[in-house]
Design a protein. Sequence first.
Length: 629
Amino acid sequence: MNKILLVLCLTASTLITQAREIKILSPDKKITLTVSTGIKDKNALSYSISYQGSPIIENSPLGLEFENEKPLSENLMVVSVKEKVVKENWKPVYGEKNNYLNYYREATVQFKEDKMPYRSFSMTLRMYNEGVAFKYNILTDQQITITRELTGFKFTKDYTSWIAGNAQATYRKGSISKTGNGTERPYVIEMDQNRFIALGEAALVDHARMKFNRSSKDSLLLLATIDGKASYKSNFSTPWRYVMIAESAGKLLENNSFILNLNEANALKDVAWIKPGKVIREVTLTTTGGKACIDFAAQHHLQYIEFDAGWYGHEYDNASSALEVNVDPSRSTGPLDLQGIINYGKSKNVGVILYVNQRALSKELDTILPLFKSWGVKGMKFGFVDVGLQKNTSWLHEAIRKTADHQLMLDIHDEYRPTGYSRTYPNLLTQEGIRGDEESPDNHQVLITLFTRMIAGAGDFTNCYFAPRVNTMGSHASQMAKAICIYSPWQFVYWYDRPSSSPIQKGGAGSTASVITEIPDLSFYDALPTVWDDTRVIAGKIGEHGTIARRSGDNWYVGTLTDKAINFSLPLNFLSKGKQYQATVYADDPSLSSPTKIAIKQVNVDASTVLNIRLSEKNGEAIVIRPIN
């Protein structure tokens, strides 16, 4: 029999201990967590959560199930309780704000089974004003395998929720009882118009990924379900399980630093080489196209160009090697002088990012990294990474650490959803795990994504502007608004577009990309930052409309999106009082004859100004507000 020490974490502001029950309050005393070793005739570990006296999570199971062992959840007695309070401010390398508050109370509760095999373990319980988090930590000196997690989330009613079966799936409006197996996290639930919650996972590093299944025995019970088994030979911690609580969908999003706070602090001593910025994809896989993109980037204040699939051969061919340039002939006839392009970019202060598929990464990562560093590459985009199983999770996060060792920034594409690791390794700038412009989502989908997926962290949305799909997704002004609302430190822009001097190859790479024309609209993307000093979610309703204001230095950027036509007032009370500003407004105007139909106007404003916003169906508006010197 293995000797196990189990720890589960949550915070509190006060602690009330009774024989079989422990109550913990959040710092503001609005949230109450109750942990019990047994209720009535049930002798199992469980918990419940209430907010301002109303139930959020009804009595729900806790514990883990092990291979060749009894589940660790029953016949428990409290041995001891320890508390601590943490209140600190920390500055990220970059973020949606330039300063975050990490304020919680934590109680570590030690238990022991009162029946054979008398195993000892502990739970550490952590409470924030923004929600509750808990995790399991196990001490062992022998092989141990988790086969199932017993954590559940029991609801009192069949609340409205937004459901996606995988990271890049279409969201649908559903409910607790309609939750399918493998539902993505964060999982956002609307309990009423003043109570929204998000269930999820934080600090997933070397464990099996968790998603949500609906219990087959209780349609209002959701179960934290891991992808396969998780095995260890020494002490380990599982990822955090959390319940965020807020009075609006917008406040949930604005509080998303909650997930960063559940991760370890920055592990990198030197971060000067980590530089967020805007990126344009080179679509022709040619030397001429590469230099054209660099010229365009330099002219329009973009910091990077990216070579996507095909530069080193067919990405799905196991024989393709990312150790040399070998253009996939099905995509381009070349030629591609990659080193010459990297050197040309350096002369214009434009960096190069290279895409590499999981197939090549799995074989060559330890050789690729020093090679790319020697070439002068600034970062990588990992493509089609394997996710879910413990071995895949461990490999991927080790790869993140290795890229940091070689001072390479990183974007992870496809099904990887962030759980806050960018705080610990900020070279991980962004990731996909999102239904971006590659999938042509309309504004309705974007406005679900904004208030669900974006709680998890940065999302590479592959924003495009001149491509025909813009007119089916929404409008050109809504594309601008998306670039403000959808946070990504590496912000890809003009994804399906190319500079006019890029060559066209009939049927090859770039042949379907729209040409970027020099129009006044570009001034918006020229000035757009990708990281922020402050962020305010002004208003929003999931799937319907949303407005976000972000500050960079003294300048504010406001993005607003809608699904249906809407008129509303936008107070500018987030501006500094006593200052005068000029607002540049980018709005849709179907009466214009220009291809993008963008009207640009300027108006003087201050903190007392209230703008009247009128948006047509699936439209948007972007506003850049600068102080008047």
